[in-house]
Design a protein around this ligand. Structure first.
Ligand code: ADP
Ligand code: MG
Ligand code: ZN
Length: 639
């Protein structure tokens, strides 16, 4: 806000000058002229003009009937009869040399009615004020701005000073969040419980000579409750909560970030004990000197300032800094040194128990029907973060309101889960060739998934479009299972290829569609990992890739690849081998079940959706369904 004002002032200055100069030029249009009301010329610009000589001729000829004199005798509007136009009365404008007495007497002689309209002039004093008004305003506003900034904490009255702002960080005296509001991250809560004690009873630690840690780094994916945890610490300890996002530190102007850091710490010291929360610290805290084309001066300055401020704490002065990031790997090592963010607490996506307790927290203020069990929702939502679950319950509540129901039921929860995972529901296709093709594609996925023993069981097949997908097959993976076997990976590849294989069998190779693009990408990814990471190919147990870590530009791209060209070729060969053999096996499997496929497709087109049990029932009529080993939640596998 303040900055905007100051920017405005700078921008105003040249514009103000220009306007001021323009004003002067306009006003100096004629000697002795004061600010005039819009002159006659402007008012009667539509009236035709006549020369002064002609006007005199008309007067002599007795054709003029009336004269109105304006502007102190400088112009007039004349009413004259035109003999050429059957003596019609015309109004004409004449410029006069001045209000000459001869003209007046001449008009009197000819008995022409005339009137003199006084110039509408402003009194001289007002005119002067008018001229001064703009510069005065300008000077006034500059003084105002200067005073504003001198009123701000820690700023001498310099008007055009950037970055001295308090508006960029938020302070909450009371967050109102307690540890009870954060669920499913019990280990993190335990670790952070100590931080609450540091803030509440520092004496307990200082008495035995311990130094209280200054910084804690919360590491975890977005939406897992890092911000919420930081607020809960402040809430539990009853201290003010200062927060700032790393991306807000870094601005266009060099030095702004550093001065923001200074301001933030100054304010925090005034309010100690308190908690400072720096979100997205990776935005400022990236390894210095990294990045293509050298470092970023502004960011490095900001980071240096942050480090300096953290070092500058005189021991135990009651400020604890909590920072959050989901990329600890890119942080500058100086940040992690003892005395800075030397404690790391990881906040991971919750497991099934965690999800259940998060659901309990968020369903406190929601009306749920009898048939809804939170446990069932927790089971259906592997991989969901706290934010996803909060969103899920909210979506379900919205659906409930839209359907004018009293309480959220199973149907709403189901729809909300589908919606959160796969996107908005679209309108089903009308029956036709493409609907039939999509039905075969989905049945292909589901049938392979059902008949290959190691594949996750089918949860649902549907032709109702969602998000990008025209149809979806949902499988229920086993969440508890941590390790995946080679047979399972092959089964997944076959399942993903099932859609394309069914298209090709039924419609021929010329008719296969782009709908399988996503499946094929998945297949390629899985097969590649089998070769390069899991050692599941003829190349043997070699690690040929550094895992699926995200690349940090400037550090990773610059390092030499550890894999030679010939190995790269052999990897490609192995990937192709795996995919080819899986595809052949899939086609053989589906070709053998053509009557079963046809039957399932008819049923699916008729009913739009088939749940897993019904699907298996139908398959059982044609061929035995192998028993799957375990049972738990669901996820979409392929579309
Ligand atoms: P992060 O900072 O890790 O990205 P947030 O703390 O901003 O995540 O979480 C966003 C919202 O999601 C919270 O306001 C809360 O409603 C919900 N949420 C996330 N994690 C949890 C959790 N562990 N327990 C309860 N609610 C959570
Ligand atoms: Mg956050
Ligand atoms: Zn598919």
């Amino acid at each position: 806000m303040n900055n905007r004002w100051r920017l405005l002032a700078i921008w105003l200055l040249p514009v103000g000058l220009a306007l001021f100069l323009g004003w002067q030029v306009v006003n100096n249009g004629g000697p002795g002229r004061v600010v005039n009301a819009p002159s006659l010329a402007a008012r009667n610009s539509a009236v035709a003009r006549m020369t002064y000589g002609r006007f005199l001729d008309y007067v002599d000829a007795g054709r003029v009937t009336a004269v109105d004199i304006y502007d102190g005798g400088r112009s007039a509007v004349v009413e004259a009869q035109d003999p050429d136009l059957e003596n019609r009365v015309q109004r004409l404008r004449v410029d006069l040399p001045g209000l000459a007495p001869e003209l007046i007497s001449r008009l009197k002689d000819k008995n022409i009615s005339f009137d003199v309209h006084p110039p509408r002039s402003t009194p001289p004093l007002l005119g002067l004020l008018g001229n001064l008004l703009f510069p005065l305003l300008l000077i006034g506003s500059l003084i105002f701005l200067a005073r504003r900034s001198s009123n701000m904490p820690g700023g001498p009255g310099q008007a055009m000073q950037f970055g001295k702002t308090k508006a960029r960080f938020a302070m909450e005296a009371e967050t109102g969040v307690k540890f009870d509001d954060v669920a499913g991250v019990e280990e993190a809560k335990e670790d952070l419980q100590e931080v609450v004690t540091f803030l509440k009873q520092p004496e307990r630690f200082t008495a035995v000579g311990a130094t209280i840690p200054r910084g804690v780094l919360l590491v975890g994916p977005p939406g897992t409750g890092k911000t919420l945890l930081a607020k809960a610490i402040a809430g539990e300890a009853g201290v003010p909560f200062f927060s700032l996002s790393g991306s807000e530190f870094v601005e266009m102007f060099v030095g702004v970030g550093a001065s923001r850091v200074r301001d933030l710490f100054k304010r925090a010291k005034e309010n100690a004990p308190c908690l400072i929360f720096i979100d997205e610290i990776d935005a400022v805290g990236r390894q210095r000197g990294a990045g293509i084309g050298g470092g970023n001066d502004e960011r490095e300055q900001t980071l240096n300032q942050l480090l300096t401020e953290m070092d500058g704490f005189e021991g135990n002065n009651g400020i604890i800094i909590i920072a959050a990031t989901n990329r600890p790997d890119v942080l500058d090592s100086a940040l992690m040194r003892p005395g800075r963010f030397d404690r790391q607490v990881s906040v991971d996506a919750p497991d099934i128990k965690g999800r259940l307790s998060i659901l309990k927290v968020h369903s406190r203020n929601k009306k749920l029907a009898e048939d809804v069990s939170l446990e069932m929702i927790a089971r259906r939502t592997p991989g969901f973060t706290g934010a996803d679950l909060a969103n899920l319950l909210n979506e379900a509540a919205i659906l409930t309101a839209r359907r004018r129901k009293e309480a959220t039921g199973l149907a709403e929860i189901d729809d909300a889960v589908d919606r959160v995972i796969a996107g908005m529901e679209g309108t089903p296709l009308t029956d036709g060739r493409s609907k039939r093709l999509i039905a075969y594609h989905e049945v292909g996925h589901a049938l392979v998934g059902t008949l290959v023993k190691q594949h996750d069981p089918v949860q649902k097949v549907t032709l109702i479009p969602r998000g990008q997908a025209q149809g979806l097959t949902w499988f229920s993976p086993d969440e508890e299972q941590m390790l995946v076997s080679r047979a399972q990976l092959r089964a997944r590849i076959m399942g993903a290829l099932g859609g394309r294989a069914a298209e090709a069998i039924v419609f021929g190779h010329g008719e296969v569609t782009t709908g399988a693009a996503g499946d094929i990408q998945q297949v390629a990814g899985m097969a590649r990992q089998m070769v390069t990471r899991f050692g599941m190919s003829e190349l043997g147990p070699l690690s040929l890739e550094a895992g699926n870590q995200e690349v940090f530009l400037g550090r990773d791209l610059m390092t030499r690849s550890e894999v030679s060209d010939s190995i790269t070729n052999r990897i490609d060969g192995q990937v192709r081998l795996i995919v080819d053999s899986c595809y052949r096996e899939t086609v053989a499997l589906l070709e053998g079940q053509r009557p079963c496929m046809d039957c399932l497709v008819e049923l699916l087109i008729e009913q739009e959706s088939l749940d897993g049990d019904r699907f298996r029932e139908v398959v059982q009529n044609f061929t035995p369904v192998p028993e799957k080993e375990r049972y738990s939640p669901l996820m979409p596998a392929s579309s």
